[in-house]
Design a protein around this ligand. Structure first.
Ligand code: MG
Length: 272
């Protein structure tokens, strides 16, 4: 007998953003099936939240992109990789002095968490997000601080990603590649703060005031959304999207089998 999970009883629905709700944050075109499921859940009075691995934009900026695509969501319920990294540091060292490589998004998330973002030693944590304006001087300083003992955080971990910068549409090297340079130079291994790290999924559920067994995550990526959701102990739904738009992540032998797999999120509406 196949036991089908009862999704209709779940009160917190956490959605991945890129390639699940919208194409990506720089091209915020909604997927119609996602918008239909979102509105059906809203009608039922469910709590809806976003959890994205995007680290180059702040939670506020990601919220703006998703809201512009027609999804009714609050900034408070928007969790970026930068916000997750800030929570990770805050939980270990409130008010830590952090050197942050970012285009501004992660910096905003760190300041919002009450961390001390600074360019001067002593540095307690080095956190690295994508930064298309990164200078040698900042990369070298980050390396020095890690050499001197500051833990190295990788905010998300894309090797590269499509985007628009100073008006140019291109593929850009991501934070994973910048972190690889610092790891190579120091011999220190970075902590990757992103899905599938279960801690950030659990943190999101707790921050919103729900229990683990009352939450669902919906995403397109087995190695990030599903592996992270399963390891956190929440229900998981995989939506099959364009495979070329699935960003590769290292799930390192984690369980990537979703509780439900669908071609369209319309199928989930029928289960509510
Ligand atoms: Mg995605």
């Amino acid at each position: 007998m196949v036991i089908v999970m009862d999704f209709s009883s779940k009160h917190l629905w956490i959605f991945d953003v890129d390639n699940t709700l919208i194409k990506d944050v720089e091209h915020p075109e909604p997927f119609p099936d996602a918008l239909a499921l979102w509105n059906a859940l809203m009608k039922k009075g469910r709590t809806l939240a976003l959890l994205t691995n995007t680290g180059r934009l702040s939670a506020r900026q990601i919220h703006g992109a998703v809201a512009s695509a027609g999804f009714d969501v609050t900034v408070k319920n928007t969790f970026s990789a930068g916000a997750a990294a800030a929570a990770y540091v805050h939980n270990r060292f409130p008010g830590a002095r952090c050197f942050v490589i970012s285009e501004g998004g992660a910096t905003e998330d760190f300041i919002a968490r009450g961390l001390d973002v600074t360019n001067n030693p002593p540095i307690d944590y080095v956190a690295v997000g994508a930064d298309r304006g990164l200078t040698f001087q900042r990369l070298n300083f980050a390396t020095k601080m890690v050499h001197q003992g500051a833990p190295l955080l990788c905010i998300s971990g894309s090797r590269d990603y499509p985007g628009v910068y100073l008006g140019h549409e291109d593929i850009y090297i991501g934070e994973g590649s910048i972190v690889a340079a610092i790891e190579h130079a120091t011999g220190v291994k970075a902590i990757a703060v992103r899905k599938p790290l279960p801690e950030i999924v659990i943190e999101t559920v707790k921050t919103l005031g729900f229990k683990i067994n009352d939450a669902v995550i919906v995403g397109d990526n087995p190695a990030s959304d599903i592996a992270g959701g399963k390891a956190a102990g929440i229900a998981t739904i995989l939506v099959r999207r364009n495979p070329d738009d699935i960003i590769p992540f290292d799930a390192d032998g984690m369980d990537m089998a979703p509780d439900l797999e669908v071609d369209s999120l319309q199928e989930v509406i029928e289960m509510l």
